[in-house]
Structures are given as structure tokens and as C-alpha cells.
Design a protein around this ligand. Structure first.
Ligand SMILES: Nc1nc2c(ncn2[C@@H]2O[C@H](COP(=O)(O)OP(=O)(O)OP(=O)(O)O)[C@@H](O)[C@H]2O)c(=O)[nH]1
Length: 629
């Protein structure tokens, strides 16, 4: 398949070359005859040329010289390639027409030094000094090509001498035509050029907008390349000097070389970006980079180097660079990238056009329509096909991106599911944890409440006498201190009754601890029965001693109660089954209006001293001890 395609290409190439060489067989036809029926005469067929090796001759020395050996032109356009020496052309002409105003048209805008001499009867009759060494406005006709109108009477003879020098190829595409023919020729020429530059502009701007919307660098490089090559052709065809910089003589002489190298550098950027050469084809990348570096170097030396060399280097570099682009495209295509097909064909078309132009300018093949405008046709085909290739590439990129996006979405979905799963697990764990914490907290609260209940019970136990159930010694002292301070603050009277069981030792000795305890319980219950105010406090604070705190009760009241206690105990013998014992108590009473805080012990000592007296007096009685304040 590929072999067949290659064969087709080779055949196409051969066909092109046959077409190119078909214009070779122009023989010298001697003197040029102007005729009414032939408004356009191609002058090349009637020309002779001579190279002034030393550059010493002027038109006058040339006319006198016998030694100059003129060579007949063998082509429609005499083509001597690149040379630095001046080249002279001459053509004898006879006017056999009635028309006397004719135009010498040199269809080649790039001539730096162009001197035209009209000679009649061995005398110079008219001189025109033209070329890019002068501003555009210096031309006799303001046209991109060199046009010189001249008068020749019917039947007259003249010889036109043309001296040409400069950095460009030495070619003389001269024609002689009358005004009508010139107008017709111009219409066709401008239309074809307009179509070409219109196409280049459309491709350039269209792809520039595509770049702005896609931000794809390859588009940018394509646009750069398109504008470089468009501008290069604009200069080549003489439009740039006419419309863009008609006064810039220096720049006009440099522009061809500069733009040639700019085309090469921008083509490198575009080809590298499109084929990703650096990644895929190292050796092509390196070779292309070398050519580009040489081009850059030449470009940098433009201000110091003669245009002749800048252009020659450019022509020599463009051909291998284009071959590399074709090769790179073809290899990429072979590797399976379908968009590289248009790319390699496009560059091949350009290569053919550029080769024809380069060989034409080097003087290796004749200059004719095909070799002169092949590059423009190649450029049109190339730019069109490259736009196709770019579209294909963008399509492939878009498909790749869509595929990647799909994968990314899939991965995102999987990640989302995994995250949801993890969140569920986390939720389950936290719920379990919360449950555990709640359970533990409940257990803790339960334990704490049990603990506080136990503490309360312990406290109670600590305050209660285990035998009688009334308050114990702790509770007695705490309450006495508390009531003392409260009575002191409120200015109330406080009474204390101390009750001692008289026969406690005897009962313990005779009947044992159980009996003595029962006896104490009996006294306690009598006390509880007789003393009933809420603020009263009954305690057992010694083995056989009870203390009764009576807040807000005066001496009389306390005495009254004490008497009732003594009487009640005496009136109720203690019966514990096997025996009946008459029990009695000694009671000491003391009452006071507390005069300073923290002195409750004095009240206690006072009451106890009264008990002591009551006991010494035989017991079963009440004694009062007044407390000194
Ligand atoms: N602190 C206290 N004092 C009492 C109690 N019973 C009698 N008294 C004192 O003894 C005084 C004479 O008592 P009662 O004859 O029974 O007269 P009372 O005013 O009815 O006494 P209460 O029954 O306590 O209201 C009272 O004014 C009190 O000072 C008692 O239970 N506690």
C-alpha cells in the first residue's frame, strides 16, 4: 500500500519535472520585431547576455569595446543563478508596428541595481536607473515590477541594454508590450496574486481565532508560519515594497533573507509541535534543530552580512528542513497517527514547490510559470492540507481528552463510593462508641449515686448512736457548737441538759452488756417522748451520759423538762424479763445567753458540773448550774 503511494508520488514528481523542462527548448531568434498583431513579445528569446567579471564596464565602454563576447539566450527567461558580478543583457529591436509607445516590463521585482539604456545609431538616447537601491517612488511607473515606457517610431531600430546586479538570482524575465496588453496582463496577475494572498490571510486569521479559542500552541505556530510565508511571498512579488515600506531601502534589501529564515524557524516550531519530534523522533529533531540554529545565527548576522549570503544560506537550509518535515510526517504516519497523513502530503507539496523555486533561483533549471509560481501553488496546497491535519490532530486530542475525562469520572465515582463506605463505617463506629459511652456514663452515674447514698448512710451512721438510735458524741459536739453560734448571732438563750444513768455500772456488772444497753435504750425513748420541739437535739455522748440541747429554751423551761425526765425514769422500772430494776438518772442543767462565739464547751462543763453535784447528792435529782457570763 505504502509502496504504491510512494510510486504515485515519484510519478507525480517526474511529471512536474517534465513540465519544468518543457520550457527549455527556446532557441535564440535574433532581432525582436514589434508587430501590431503581437502586442506582447517575450524578450528572452531575442536576448544576449554577458557577465562583467571585473564589474568595470559602463554602457559607454561597452559600446566601444570589441572584445565583449555576448552569449545567446537559450531560454524564455535568461537565468544565470546567484552571482555577485554585474550581468549585462541586450536585445536589438525593430518597430514593425504602427504603435509607437511600448513598455519594457521586467517581471521580477527583486533587482537591486537595474540600469536600462536605450541606444539608437550607436548613441545612448535614454537611461533609466532603477532597482531597490532607490525608494519606490523613483520608478517611472509605480508598479511592483520594473516597467519602463519608451517611444520607438515605426520602422526604427534600437538596442536595449540592461545591466543588473544584486543579491538575488540573475534572471531577466523581460517582455515588451503595448499599453492595452499591459493592462490586460495586470488584471490577470493582480487577480491571481489576490487569490493567493487572500487565501493565506484567511488561513492565517481563521487559525488565529482557533488558537484564541483552543489555546493550542500548534495553532499558534501554524499561524506564525502562515504569516511568515505569506509575507515572504508578499516581498517576493514586490507588493511589500510598493505598499508596506516604499521608503525603507535598507529593509527592502534585507527583507527577503530575513523572511526566508523566519519561515524556516517558524516551520521548525510548527513541525516540532505537531509531530512532537522531541519525544518521538530524536534524530529528526536534532537535525532540524541544527538547521534552525544555523538559520538563527544567519538571522542574527543580517545587519553585518551581505544580503547575497543571507539569501543563499536560506535557500540552502530550506530544502533539507522541508525534507526533514516530510520525513518526520511520513514516519509518524507509518507509526499509525492518521492526522500525520495530511501533514506529510502538505509538506511534500510545499517541498516540490520550494525545490522548483530554489533550483530556479540557483539557475539549475529554467525560470517559467511552473518553477516561478510552483512555490505559491505548493504553499496554497500546503496551508490547506495543514489546516486539515490540524483539525485531525485536534479531533484526536479531543477524543483522547474525552477518554481521559471518562476515566477520571470513573475514578472519581469509585473514590466517592469508597468515601461513602468509609463514612458509613465511621458513622457506625461512632454510633457504637456513643452507645458504649452512654452505657458507661449510665453505669458511672449509677455507681456515683450508690456511692453518694453509701456516703450519706456512712455519714448518718457516723452521727447516730448504734445502741439507742439517738445522735452520738460527734453529732452532740457538732450540734452544740452550731447551736451556740446560731444563738449568739440571734441573741437567743440556749439550754443544755446532761442526763447520766445512775446504776449503769451495777446493771452492767449484774446483768451484762445486753441488759445495760436495753436500759440505755429505755432512757433514750423516755427522752424522745418528752422532748419534741424540732430544733431540740437528743444525743448519747458517753457510755451512760445523754446530752439534750434545747435552743431557744430558758433556764425555767430546761428545769421543767429535767424534772419531768427524772420523774419519768424513776416511775418506769426497767423490766428485762428475768428481773426488774429500778433505774434513776442524775440530771445537770445549764442555760446561758451566748456572749461570744466558740465557747460551747463552757456550757457543757457547767451542765456536767451540775450532774456531778446531783450524783454526789445521791442521784435521782436535778441540779442547776448557772454559767458565769
Ligand atoms: N425546748 C423544749 N421546751 C419545752 C418542752 N416542753 C416544755 N418545755 C418548756 O417547759 C415550759 C413549760 O412547758 P409546758 O407546760 O408544757 O407549756 P407549753 O408552752 O405548752 O410547752 P410546749 O408543749 O413545748 O409548747 C415551756 O415553756 C418550755 O420552755 C419541749 O418539748 N422542748
Amino acid at each position: 500500500m505504502w509502496g504504491l503511494l510512494l510510486l504515485v508520488r515519484i510519478k507525480l514528481l517526474l511529471a512536474c519535472f517534465l513540465l519544468v523542462w518543457s520550457g527549455l527548448s527556446w532557441g535564440g531568434e535574433g532581432e525582436l520585431q514589434l508587430r501590431d498583431d503581437k502586442p506582447v513579445v517575450v524578450a528572452g528569446e531575442h536576448m544576449q547576455w554577458w557577465i562583467d567579471q571585473n564589474g568595470m564596464h559602463s554602457i559607454y565602454s561597452l559600446l566601444k569595446s570589441e572584445s565583449v563576447s555576448w552569449a545567446d539566450s537559450t531560454a524564455e527567461v535568461p537565468n544565470l543563478g546567484y552571482r555577485m558580478e554585474p550581468v549585462w543583457f541586450r536585445m536589438p529591436l525593430t518597430n514593425g508596428a504602427t504603435e509607437t509607445m511600448w513598455n519594457l516590463v521586467i517581471d521580477y521585482p527583486l533587482i537591486r541595481d537595474l540600469d536600462i539604456f536605450f541606444v539608437a545609431g550607436g548613441e545612448v538616447t535614454e537611461i533609466f536607473q532603477l532597482g531597490e537601491r532607490f525608494e519606490f517612488s523613483a520608478r517611472p511607473v509605480l508598479h511592483r515590477n520594473f516597467i519602463v515606457p519608451f517611444r520607438i517610431e515605426t520602422g526604427d531600430n534600437q538596442i536595449i541594454y540592461v545591466k543588473m546586479q544584486g543579491p538575488y538570482a540573475m534572471q531577466m524575465p523581460a517582455k515588451i508590450m503595448n499599453a492595452k496588453a499591459l493592462l490586460e496582463y495586470e488584471v490577470v496577475s493582480v487577480l491571481s496574486h489576490g487569490l493567493f494572498f487572500g487565501f493565506v490571510m484567511v488561513m492565517g486569521f481563521y487559525n488565529l481565532f482557533l488558537y484564541i479559542s483552543t489555546r493550542e500552541n500548534t495553532y499558534l505556530f501554524y499561524v506564525l508560519f502562515t504569516f511568515c510565508i505569506g509575507l515572504f511571498q508578499f516581498v517576493e512579488q514586490g507588493f511589500a515594497y510598493q505598499f508596506l515600506w516604499p521608503k525603507e531601502v535598507w529593509w527592502q534589501n534585507k527583507a527577503t533573507g530575513v523572511l526566508l529564515h523566519a519561515c524556516l524557524i517558524s516551520s521548525f516550531l510548527f513541525v516540532n509541535s505537531f509531530l512532537e519530534m522531541r519525544k518521538n523522533m530524536q534524530w529528526i529533531f536534532k537535525s532540524y534543530s541544527l538547521l534552525t540554529a544555523l538559520s538563527l545565527l544567519t538571522l542574527c548576522s543580517v545587519p553585518f552580512m551581505d544580503e547575497f549570503w543571507t539569501i543563499r544560506f536560506g535557500v540552502m537550509l530550506v530544502i533539507p528542513a522541508t525534507v526533514l518535515a516530510v520525513l518526520g510526517g511520513w514516519l509518524t504516519w507509518m507509526k499509525g497517527r492518521s492526522d500525520a497523513r495530511f501533514f506529510s502530503i502538505a509538506w511534500f507539496a510545499f517541498l516540490v514547490g520550494a525545490l522548483l523555486l530554489a533550483l530556479n533561483k540557483l539557475g539549475w533549471i529554467p525560470r517559467n510559470m511552473v518553477t516561478e509560481h510552483g512555490a505559491e501553488v505548493g504553499t496554497v496546497i500546503e496551508l490547506g492540507l495543514l489546516a486539515f491535519a490540524l483539525a485531525g490532530r485536534i479531533k484526536i486530542e479531543r477524543l483522547k481528552r474525552q477518554e481521559l475525562e471518562f476515566h477520571a469520572r470513573e475514578m472519581e465515582r469509585t473514590a466517592l463510593l469508597a468515601k461513602e463506605h468509609a463514612l458509613e463505617l465511621e458513622k457506625m463506629n461512632s454510633e457504637q462508641l456513643e452507645r458504649n459511652v452512654r452505657e458507661r456514663t449510665r453505669d458511672l452515674h449509677k455507681a456515683l449515686s450508690e456511692l453518694s447514698q453509701m456516703n450519706r448512710r456512712l455519714e448518718q451512721l457516723n452521727q447516730v448512736d448504734s445502741v439507742t438510735g439517738v445522735g452520738n458524741e460527734n453529732s452532740f459536739l457538732v450540734n452544740l457548737s452550731k447551736e451556740w453560734d446560731r444563738s449568739y448571732r440571734e441573741g437567743e438563750v440556749l439550754s443544755l441538759i446532761v442526763v447520766e444513768l445512775d446504776c449503769y455500772r451495777d446493771i452492767l456488772a449484774d446483768y451484762g452488756a445486753v441488759a445495760s444497753d436495753e436500759c440505755l435504750k429505755n432512757v433514750a425513748s423516755i427522752l424522745e417522748r418528752l422532748i419534741s420541739r424540732p430544733a431540740d437535739c437528743i444525743t448519747r455522748y458517753g457510755d451512760k451520759v445523754f446530752g439534750v440541747i434545747l435552743p431557744g429554751t430558758d433556764e425555767k423551761g430546761a428545769q421543767y423538762i429535767a424534772d419531768k425526765i427524772v420523774a419519768a425514769v424513776a416511775a418506769q422500772p426497767f423490766d428485762f424479763g428475768v428481773a426488774k430494776v429500778d433505774a434513776s438518772v442524775s440530771v445537770g442543767v445549764s442555760a446561758v445567753m451566748p456572749f461570744r462565739p466558740d465557747q460551747y464547751r463552757e456550757l457543757l462543763m457547767s451542765a456536767e458540773s451540775a450532774v456531778y453535784v446531783a450524783k454526789n447528792d445521791g442521784g435521782n435529782r436535778v441540779k442547776f448550774a448557772a454559767m458565769s457570763s
